[in-house]
Design a protein around this ligand. Structure first.
Ligand code: BG6
Length: 465
């Protein structure tokens, strides 16, 4: 294993959440609806226990307390997002109450010695834009650029580190190749268009960033879930399945973000399958402007694949499943409380991929965490959740980060998902992830054992191996 157990100076210790999952104040002070608000009104039964996006962790009211708790824990960074439909309720008009809220939120965080990392889009499409087709409509690209520019102008003096999107493949896959996000359609070609416009919107936001921030030294990145892909075997069919899975799940977003263009292999595959989106002559130049300064990497579990059953393959392809099939690895260790594989070694493999194939661009773990259903069962007599499973989970992943740093990876931080248990889309409060337990009745924050444990690690800046 690793020889060093010391974290480098300046290592980012933090936690992450998003605006739609934590703020609440659903229609307060001029905020309009996102797809989640409207969807809940249409089909509340799709949401776990029928708990909708209005029941979040009350950050709109309680952020000064949260900022203090972050400082008490010794955190030095925190990621959240801005709500597009709060800042620009109709896409054009600046909401001064939203500006006042976000400014004070970021000031309180900074006053407590915590660096805010601010993301622009975390699955929350404003309803006014969805009514025009959302990311399928090319006008969404400049609409997003306008929103991004507004955010940089309003908060750029307070925020040094920005990101454009969180896990963009998720709104593509869950919204256009599944039914876990609005608009719940299944159409590969439309999914490709949505992904393409998303990356053009990303590039347009980076273009605005460079123009507003000029030589300020401030930085912009993107948050991608770079789950490493492992093939069932070395046989050529399984290896081919792995290659396709990497192109679809990792490179379709990573290549344009880091290199400013798509991989020729992906373009060829799309052409062969009649899936190429409409490409305008100016797109290549725009994509080139989207190169990021750093990456946020969300890592929960790897992707394991095998060759597809040839007789079941559609030509042209109808979904990514026509290129590779999920593989159930018999040796996998599972999170018994959430159902996802636990494989800390994946972090080291991501680190080596970034080092070897993406010029070791600086990156940090922007999300990693362990969801637990019915977490009350681990509460002791004092009301503290004894989350030893989470401590072990974090510890094992930090160990892999140390190993990667020793191998000269440019990883510079770790953020747990999440700080205070937050609302999670269709799963609502089914799975809890936080350092702090949220009392759903009172909104009170109660520390879990893992928050005390991590505080100790941060103070010593070292891990006992
Ligand atoms: C991450 C998302 O991938 O998973 C978060 O960025 C989400 O928004 C988290 O809340 C946990 O998901 P779940 O389904 O376990 O609640």
């Amino acid at each position: 294993m690793t020889n060093t157990n010391i974290f480098p100076e300046g290592f980012l210790w933090g936690a992450a959440t998003s605006a739609p999952q934590s703020e609440g104040a659903q229609y307060a002070d001029g905020r309009t609806a996102s797809t989640w608000d409207v969807w809940y009104e249409k089909e509340p039964e799709r949401f776990y226990n029928q708990v909708g996006p209005q029941h979040t962790s009350y950050v709109y009211e309680r952020y000064p307390e949260d900022a203090q708790l972050m400082a008490d824990m010794g955190l030095n960074s925190f990621r959240t997002s801005i709500s597009w439909n709060r800042l620009l309720p109709d896409g054009q008009t600046l909401n001064q109450e939203a500006v006042a809220f976000y400014r004070d939120y970021f000031i309180q965080i900074k006053k407590n010695g915590v660096q805010p990392i601010i993301n622009l889009f975390h699955f929350d499409m404003p309803w006014w834009l969805m009514e025009k087709g959302g990311w399928e409509n090319r006008t969404s690209i400049e609409a997003f650029a306008f929103y991004a520019r507004t955010a940089f102008e309003q908060f750029g003096d307070l925020v040094d580190t920005w990101t454009t999107f969180n896990e963009p493949i998720v709104h593509v896959q869950c919204g256009y190749l599944g039914n876990d996000h609005w608009p719940q359609v299944y159409d590969f070609k439309r999914a490709i268009t949505v992904g393409y416009h998303t990356m053009l919107a990303h590039a347009a936001a980076v273009r605005e960033f460079r123009s507003v921030m000029e030589d300020s030294g401030k930085e912009i990145g993107i948050i991608l879930n770079l789950s490493p892909v492992y093939a069932k075997s070395d046989q050529s069919d399984d290896q081919k399945a792995k290659r396709y899975a990497e192109e679809w799940h990792i490179k379709s977003f990573l290549e344009p973000a880091v290199n400013g263009h798509y991989s020729p292999f992906l373009i060829e595959t799309l052409k062969e399958n009649n899936l190429l989106p409409k490409i305008e002559p100016e797109d290549a130049a725009l994509l080139l402007q989207g190169k990021v300064d750093f990456l946020g990497v969300n890592y929960y579990q790897p992707l394991r694949v095998q060759a597809v059953d040839k007789e079941k393959v559609n030509i042209p392809a109808k979904s990514p499943a026509d290129f590779s099939k999920a593989y159930d690895w018999p040796d996998k260790k599972m999170n018994p409380y959430r159902g996802w594989e636990i494989y800390p070694e994946g972090i080291y493999d991501i680190a080596m991929m970034i080092k070897n194939d993406y010029h070791n661009i600086p990156w940090y773990i922007s999300e990693n965490g362990m969801g637990v259903a019915d977490e009350e069962r681990f509460m002791d007599a004092e009301g503290i959740i004894q989350d030893d499973y989470r401590i072990e989970f974090i510890r094992d992943h930090l160990e892999q980060i140390l190993k990667a740093i020793e191998a000269e990876s440019s990883c510079y931080g770790y953020h747990l998902w999440t700080f205070v248990d937050c609302w999670s889309w269709l799963n609502a409060y089914k799975n809890r992830y936080g350092f702090y337990r949220l009392d759903l009745e009172t909104g009170n924050r109660i520390p879990k054992k893992s928050s005390f444990w991590l505080h100790g690690i941060i103070e010593e800046s070292k891990l006992d191996l």
